[in-house]
Design a protein around this ligand. Structure first.
Ligand code: PLP
Length: 390
């Protein structure tokens, strides 16, 4: 049975170009990029080639535009951004308060749980509401004040596909909290829509390789020149001083080289991929609108469609679809095994029951209209079968 893979926000199938680059790094340029012999120098060359491609894909063309720091994944990039900034500030405690961190409601756990941990350490964390997938800018404006040390706001929500007006949000933060550092988790936006730290006006921006058709094992954090110059970020990992001293540990050259190749390919194919995705979404929505409730934000990306089934638990439907060779998910992949009701969907405005009956379908340019039709037919049959069994 050929699987129909509609879980591309969880991870993507690595492209041939990225795998080929990975093979080159594994089999030919297998040296340590820190070594000064030929094989080491070759590995270093691959590393820097990848850095140029990832940087270019983020509109970072000169060294003076900032640095792309390689790490292991989007989760690490987010942790590095938040911990590294908050601990570099050394802001003196005021009345026992260590400063305010602004995030959005329904951040990925790598941001939400890091913020929650910092809350236990005495920082104030404010979660800006995201009802119906709209970032509450009035609330943000009320909360943005001189005590804000960091704002970390995702660009695209991984469960609902909501696209937040980050540039406007950044302007609000900068106006009201001039000392604050601004970070954006762009993991779900990267390579699906144009993403540049300059256009967003952020100091830090996270991306992940396995969401853009490269294998797992690499991520990147963009760091602005001001952050570097002002030493406003400190490393999470200390050791041999790789990555300009900001991320020690021998770089995962095969995964990073593949990441660079995928970034290059993504830039070259951006327009055609966007057209395919838009078409696939249109077909999907046409087929689903009479069948299920579509939890579409006012402004969302084409790649993610969140639906609520007619009183059928997502877990039950996931199993039925999986048996038919269809891969989708209920919310984010990392919470799939915890069976916790998604806080993101509750923040969106769904009831507990609705959230418990929701599925995320996430598309790729690798999908076809035929796959979308097959998926919709199977979903239709399964809904009717499961309703009859009630
Ligand atoms: N941020 C968002 C919005 C995500 O969707 C994910 C992964 O699903 C991550 C961060 C974490 O990325 P990684 O899986 O590379 O750790």
């Amino acid at each position: 049975m050929r699987e129909i893979y509609l879980d591309n926000s969880a991870t993507t199938k690595p492209s041939e170009a990225s795998l080929q680059k990975m093979r080159e790094a594994l089999c030919i340029c297998y040296g340590n990029p820190g070594s000064v012999h030929r094989i080491g120098i070759d590995a270093h060359r691959l590393l820097e080639e990848a850095r140029r491609h990832v940087a270019a894909s983020l509109g970072v063309r000169r060294q003076t535009d900032g640095q792309v720091l390689f790490c292991s994944c989007g989760t690490e990039a987010n942790n590095q951004a938040i911990w590294g900034t908050v601990h570099a500030k050394n802001r003196p405690e005021k009345n026992g308060s260590r400063g305010k961190i602004l995030i959005t409601e329904g951040e990925h756990p790598s941001v939400e749980n890091t913020a929650a941990r910092l809350e236990l350490d005495g920082f104030t964390v404010v979660r800006v509401p995201t009802r119906n997938g709209a970032l509450d800018l009035e609330y943000l404006e009320q909360e943005a004040d001189g005590s804000v040390i960091l704002a970390s706001m995702m660009l695209v929500n991984n469960e609902t596909g909501a696209l937040y007006p980050i540039r406007t949000a950044v302007d609000i933060v900068r106006q009201n909290s001039p000392g604050a550092v601004v970070h954006c988790d762009a993991v779900q936006a990267y390579m699906r829509i144009p993403v540049t730290p300059a256009a967003l006006g952020v100091d830090l921006l996270s991306v992940s390789a396995h969401k853009i058709y490269a294998p797992k094992g690499a991520g990147a954090l963009y760091i602005s020149p001001e952050m570097l110059r002002g030493k406003r970020i400190i490393p999470l990992l200390m050791g041999g001083g790789q990555e300009g001293g900001l991320r020690s540990g021998t770089e995962n050259v095969p995964a990073i080289a593949a990441f660079g190749a995928a970034a290059l390919e993504g830039m070259q194919e951006a327009e055609t991929r966007a057209q395919v995705l838009h078409r696939l979404r249109t077909v999907l929505l046409e087929k689903l609108h009479s069948l299920v409730q579509i939890n579409a934000p006012k402004n969302g990306v084409d790649a993610i469609v969140n639906i609520t089934l007619p009183d059928i638990k997502s877990e039950v439907m996931l199993r039925a679809l999986s048996a038919a060779g269809i891969c989708v998910s209920a919310g984010s992949a990392c919470s799939a095994r915890t069976k916790k009701i998604s806080p993101t969907l509750l923040a969106f405005g769904l009831t507990q029951r609705e959230a418990d009956c929701s599925l995320r379908i996430s598309l790729s340019h690798q999908n076809t209209e035929e796959e979308i039709s097959q998926f919709a037919d199977v979903l239709d049959n399964e809904i009717h079968r499961l309703v009859r069994l009630r």
